[in-house]
Unconditional design. Structure first.
Length: 319
């Protein structure tokens, strides 16, 4: 009798252990899946199936407000107007020889979108220009192309951006550039992604009186970084005053460069990280009035060709 009671207690205990184990497995699996999903969504989804979206062809003759998700092929000229995006869905804007000047604000203003892709049509040349003073806009809006959400740039054409107010291209989340040709004249910063800047390829001619490529998030240790996989970069920075930063490539967190050709002529550091820099490839020609390559914590160079023609210090690291 005692043995049967013990067997019953043992079976109940075994059942409870199995039940708790199952619940714990479900909980942690759900959390991992959720975190994985969040990590994926925190970066722009580059695998959007655009074939399911409606395509709209528009020749611009006045300002355009986009409130419906889809593909918008734009052509024409706006002498004083802008493109505004305000939707919860995915938007792809294809620029086909567009000329947009907004004397009072940004040329393209993304107030809301799940993901925003701006693409240049093959062989097209597109010009975007903002005004020196942004009237009727919130103070946070400070770029010729300004996006509060993830922003992808790509295409087989040319995008010319003339920033007269402050910055040229800004994403408050992740700025991802797949390819394309870019000629940027920036009153302050040229390419800025708060959470990250990821450049896979492209041709870049950048003149800025601030930082050329920049990521600024200092609240999250997994953000505020720059990754460059390839491309051609001709970067020149100047400064309006000694107090302003005018670096070539600058990240609050880390910088990873695995390829590309870089001609950097900067008033401030050519490449600067407040944390760590890793270079595993690329060809660099550096002229700097300050440091060539500067990492506040750790600098790792295990490949690439680096020629520092002018600098205060060639490279510098704390460790």
């Amino acid at each position: 009798m005692i043995c049967k009671k013990n067997e019953k207690k043992l079976l109940i205990l075994l059942f409870v252990i199995i039940l708790i184990s199952g619940l714990l497995y479900y909980f942690y699996t759900s959390v991992d899946m959720k975190n994985s999903s969040n990590n994926t969504n925190s970066k722009t989804d580059s695998n959007i199936d655009w074939s399911i979206y409606e395509t709209n062809e528009i020749e611009l003759d006045s300002s355009l407000v986009i409130t419906k998700e889809g593909i918008y092929v734009l052509s024409g000229t706006l002498e004083n107007g802008s493109i505004e995006v305000n939707t919860k869905g995915n938007i792809k804007i294809i620029l086909d020889n567009v000329n947009i000047t907004n004397k009072n604000g940004p040329a393209i203003n993304v107030k809301n979108a799940k993901n925003i892709v701006i693409s240049t049509k093959e062989d097209s040349v597109n010009n975007l220009t903002d005004g020196e003073v942004f009237s009727r806009y919130d103070d946070s809006i400070n770029a010729t192309i300004y996006s509060k959400d993830n922003l992808i740039l790509e295409g087989d054409g040319t995008l010319i951006v003339n920033s007269n107010n402050k910055n040229a291209i800004v994403s408050c989340n992740n700025l991802i550039i797949n390819d394309g040709t870019y000629k940027i004249n920036a009153s302050i910063d040229a390419l800025k992604g708060k959470d990250s800047v990821i450049i896979k390829n492209g041709n870049f001619e950048i003149n800025s009186t601030g930082d050329a490529i920049k990521s600024t998030n200092d609240k999250d240790e997994e953000k505020g970084y720059i990754e460059i996989l390839g491309g051609t970069f001709n970067i020149t920075t100047s400064s309006k005053s000694d107090d302003e930063s005018a670096k070539g490539i600058k990240a609050i967190n880390y910088i990873v460069i695995s390829g590309g050709t870089f001609n950097l002529d900067t008033i401030d550091d050519a490449i600067h990280s407040n944390n760590k820099i890793t270079i595993s490839g690329g060809i660099f020609e550096i002229k700097s009035n300050d440091d060539g390559i500067h990492a506040d914590n750790e600098l790792l160079i295990d490949n690439g060709t680096i020629n520092i023609v002018r600098s205060y210090e060639g490279w510098k690291q704390k460790k």
